[in-house]
Design a protein around this ligand. Sequence first.
Ligand code: FPP
Length: 249
Amino acid sequence: MTEASVIMAKSVTIPELTDVPVHVGVIMDGNGRWAKKRGLPRKFGHREGVKVFRSITRRAKALGIKYITFYAFSTENWKRPKDEVDAIMELFEKNLDEVKDFIDEEIRVRFIGDRSALSPTLQAKMLNTEKSSEHFTGTTMILAINYGGQDEICRAAVKAAEKVKNGELDTADITPDVLSGFLDAPDIPPLDYVIRPSGEMRLSNFMIWQAAYAEYYFTDILWPDFKDEDFDKAIMEFANRGRRFGGVK
Ligand code: FPP
């Protein structure tokens, strides 16, 4: 455990951390099991999951985390029953209407993923939310919607290929740095830390390019039960990881 003294900020206890990751990714998993345990339809788990998402976004800001990306809907999630997909899409729309409070709190909101398959209403709300918050420089919350790491890399490769075709880019100049410039949010730094609740220990196609040197944190807690204190604990653990980025220390 790192040196973590505790200070009081307003009425909330915020741990004072020594080594906070710049970019944290969160795979919000376990909503379905949470609902099933209570005999409820899966969509109730997602609804509960949104409350946790809102709270953890605020917590990230309080802890001084610059970027936090949530895996909200994958390119593979369309395979779920239609009523569950519809319920999740409805949650996106409703929450983008309510995102005003994030904007009041000066949290920048961005999205990654292939928007073209989303409803025009949702796409318009996403654009609008991005525009209304683009001037904030503190914490950025990124939602991955219709997102798949392989899909993102593939779309980046197509964009690069188009430039080669137009004579604007030479294949000999394509390096990892150049290709990463074609990703959905090329200005956002790579992931330092990936948190996955619910006991599953895999990446599930989440930011596979950006997670190349990320550290991982797994916990059995289901996402709807994940509390601010659980997040604090995960972030404190990050300071114990000796990162070498392929080098030696
Ligand atoms: C994974 O749990 C969760 C999802 C695929 C959806 C997550 C979506 C939300 C929390 C709604 C997001 C909305 C906003 C506005 C952020 P699972 O259903 O796979 O759980 P299981 O593994 O227990 O079945």
